[in-house]
Ligand binder design. Structure first.
Ligand code: 5GP
Length: 200
């Protein structure tokens, strides 16, 4: 087993959770973070407004659009997307390096296109999991029930969700989230098997 932080940092693993907004991936990712100490959350940068009790540098790096564009120009992102019109989200290269340098596995909560982008980039180092909601109708109900978005924003999220469901077959695994407890248990098994046993 290689314990040299520099070489390990090149051979680290990544777990990618992607799904349309509202499919339950954030809940599953939080569950895994509480259960598997070898995982650390990749904090994305975003230009969207902070919601409710979200914390800067914990949930996201909340930055201005100007700063985001500057960081794109400096090639600091491994991937980024304008997920919703005018709203950018992206993974900073330094975020992955920070986590690998600790000898941990990076776990992502990321949109479908960003997830596939990372999978293409990291190949067998990455496990890409698509969280499948029971139906588009259930997804729409969940998104509406959140009460955090304007009607216009919700419509954009519905349209995007419908399109994203078609990407499922391109992922390594489709994890059905029909029952949250079952989905969390299955996710734990899949991720533990991919990471392997802890180093002695
Ligand atoms: P929300 O605004 O609900 O937090 O996130 C909107 C969408 O952006 C979600 O699907 C979320 O997973 C995705 N997202 C979060 N961080 C990133 C990122 O770094 N890159 C990409 N491509 N999508 C992200």
């Amino acid at each position: 087993m290689n314990h040299d932080p520099l070489t390990m940092s090149q051979n680290g693993k990544l777990i990618i959770f992607s799904a349309p907004s509202g499919a339950g991936k954030t809940t599953i990712v939080h569950h895994l973070l509480g259960k598997i100490p070898a995982l650390e959350f990749s904090i994305s940068a975003t230009t969207r407004e902070r919601r409710g009790d979200e914390v800067h540098e914990k949930d996201y790096y909340f930055i201005s659009k100007e700063e985001f564009l500057h960081r794109i120009a400096k090639k600091q992102f491994v991937e980024f997307e304008e997920v919703y019109t005018g709203t950018f989200y992206g993974t900073l290269r330094t975020e992955i390096e920070r986590i690998w340098a600790k000898g941990k596995t990076v776990i992502f909560d990321i949109d479908v296109e960003g997830g596939l982008h990372l999978k293409r980039k990291y190949g067998a180092q990455a496990l890409a999991i698509f969280v499948q909601p029971p139906s588009l109708e259930v997804l729409i109900e969940r998104l509406t029930g959140r009460g955090t978005d304007s009607e216009e924003k919700l419509k954009e999220r519905f349209a995007k969700a419908e399109k994203e469901l078609e990407y499922a077959p391109q992922f390594d695994i489709i994890l059905k989230n029909y029952d949250l407890e079952t989905a969390c248990r299955e996710a734990e098994e899949l991720v533990s098997a991919f990471i392997g046993p802890p180093a002695p």
